[in-house]
Ligand binder design. Structure first.
Ligand SMILES: C[S@@+](CC[C@H](N)C(=O)[O-])C[C@H]1O[C@@H](n2cnc3c(N)ncnc32)[C@H](O)[C@@H]1O
Length: 363
C-alpha cells in the first residue's frame, strides 16, 4: 500500500477511515512476512508446479509439513495471492501472483523483496535498544543479509547491467571490451562484478567489501566460473580517503553501497583518489529527496525509511559511522560528492528500477 496522501487529506481523515487503513496496514504487513516464508520454503514454486492442488498435495510437492502449509494457505487466500474452490480444499495461485512471486511467464521473480520485511522484524528488540541508548545494530545481527542482498543484486543490477546500466555511458562497453581496471566498492557477494568479469575477459576487476562472508562467497563463485580476471578482498573502507591506491582504476562502481558505509565521505574521497584522471565513478544509490516533506508521495518511501532505520542507518552507526540513512537523498548525495572533489555529476533514472538513481560522476 502506498500511503502517499497529502497533508490536507490526512488531516481530514476520520477515525473510521484511519481504522480501515490501519487494518489494511496490519494485513499487508502480515502478508509480507508470509510471502517471505512462501518464497524461502519453496511453497510458491511448489504451487506453480502442482497447479490446483490440496494442502496435502502442495505440502508433498514442497516437502513440508501439511498443517503449517494449510495455515499458510489461509493467509494466501485471505490476502488475495491464491484462490480456493468452494469447499476450501483445492488451492491455486492467481496468475498475476504466480508471475510476480515465481517468475512464471519469464517475469521477474519479486518474492525475494518480502524477505526484507521479515528481516526488519528479526532485529526489532535490538533496534529498540538503540532508540533508547543510541549506537547501532551491527551486520553480525543480520545473518541472512548478504544472501538476500545477493538475490536483490542479481535481479536489479545484473539483470539490467548490459542492456540498461552500461549504455548510460557512451563507449563504456567498448572500453570494457578492450580492457580497463575496474573497482566495485561495497561489492557484497559480487554478483555485478562476476557478470562483468565473465562478459569482459580483457578487463581486470576488483571487489572490496567489509564482509568476509560475502567476499569469500564471491571468490568461490569466481573460482567455480573459472574467472581469472576478478579478485575479491574483505576490506574496511572507513579510512579509504587515506588507504585508496592513487589513480589505480578507470571505472569505479558502487551499487546501493555508499549510503550505508560507516563514512560515505571518506569512501567517496577514496574513490576520487583511486580514479584515474579520465576515470568514471558509476554510483547506484537510493532515489529520493533529502527533504522528507518531498518524499510523502514516494512510491516505496515507507519501505525505504523503515529499511534504513532497521538496517542501512543502524549498521553504519554500529561502526561508529555517520548513519546518513538510505533516504539521504539527491541534495545530500551531491554535497558529499562535491566535498570529495567531484565536479561533474549526472543523475539518471532507469525504468526497470523504481528504487535507485544512477549517478555518472567525474572529477
Ligand atoms: C546494501 S549492500 C550492497 C552490496 C552490493 N553492492 C550489492 O549490490 O549486492 C552494502 C554493502 O556495503 C558494505 N559495507 C558496509 N560498511 C562497509 C565498510 N566500512 N567497508 C567496506 N564495505 C562496507 C556491506 O558489507 C554491504 O555488502
Amino acid at each position: 500500500m502506498c500511503i502517499a496522501c497529502d497533508t490536507k487529506t490526512l488531516h481530514a481523515e476520520s477515525s473510521d477511515e484511519f481504522g480501515e487503513r490501519y487494518i489494511q496496514i496490519l494485513n499487508h504487513g502480515a502478508l509480507a512476512v508470509m510471502i517471505s516464508i512462501g518464497h524461502r520454503s519453496g511453497l510458491f514454486a511448489a504451487m506453480r508446479r502442482t497447479g490446483p492442488a490440496t494442502s496435502q498435495g502442495i505440502a508433498e510437492a514442497a516437502g513440508l509439513n501439511e498443517r503449517y502449509v494449510r495455515e499458510w494457505l489461509g493467509a494466501m487466500i485471505c490476502g488475495g495471492i491464491a484462490t480456493c474452490d468452494e469447499t476450501g480444499s483445492v488451492f491455486s495461485l492467481i496468475p498475476a501472483a504466480s508471475s510476480a512471486l515465481t517468475g512464471s511467464d519469464g517475469a521477474e521473480n519479486l518474492a525475494y523483496l518480502a524477505q526484507y520485511v521479515a528481516m526488519m522484524g528479526s532485529v526489532e528488540d535490538k533496534v529498540i535498544r538503540c532508540f533508547h541508548n543510541g549506537g547501532g545494530v551491527p551486520y553480525s545481527e543480520f545473518p541472512r543479509f548478504h544472501e538476500v542482498m545477493a538475490q536483490d543484486s542479481a535481479q536489479t543490477v545484473v539483470g539490467a547491467l548490459f542492456d540498461h546500466i552500461l549504455p548510460l555511458v557512451p563507449g563504456l562497453s567498448l572500453a570494457l571490451h578492450n580492457g580497463i581496471d575496474v573497482l566495485d566498492v561495497g561489492c557484497g557477494c559480487g554478483k555485478a562484478l562476476l557478470a562483468l568479469a565473465e562478459r569482459f575477459p580483457n578487463s581486470r576487476f576488483t571487489g572490496w567489501d567489509l564482509s568476509t562472508e560475502a567476499t569469500r562467497a564471491a571468490a568461490a563463485e569466481a573460482g567455480s566460473l573459472g574467472l581469472t580476471n576478478v579478485r575479491f578482498e574483505a576490506r574496511d573502507l572507513t579510512d579509504f580517503h587515506h588507504s585508496a591506491p592513487p589513480a589505480a582504476f578507470d571505472l569505479i562502481t558502487a551499487f546501493d553501497a555508499i549510503h550505508d558505509q560507516a563514512r560515505p565521505d571518506h569512501v567517496l574521497a577514496g574513490i576520487r583518489r583511486a580514479l584515474r584522471p579520465d576515470g568514471l565513478f558509476l554510483m547506484q544509490d537510493i532515489g529520493a529527496s533529502s527533504n522528507v516533506a518531498e518524499n510523502t508521495g514516494h512510491l516505496i518511501g515507507t519501505l525505504l525509511y523503515s529499511l534504513s532505520c532497521t538496517h542501512c542507518m543502524t549498521v553504519s552507526l554500529a561502526q561508529g559511522g555517520l548513519g546518513v540513512g538510505a533516504m539521504w537523498g539527491e541534495t545530500m548525495t551531491r554535497e558529499f560528492l562535491n566535498n570529495a572533489g567531484f565536479r561533474q555529476i549526472e543523475r539518471h533514472t532507469l525504468p526497470h528500477d523504481i528504487q535507485n538513481y544512477y549517478y555518472l560522476v567525474k572529477p
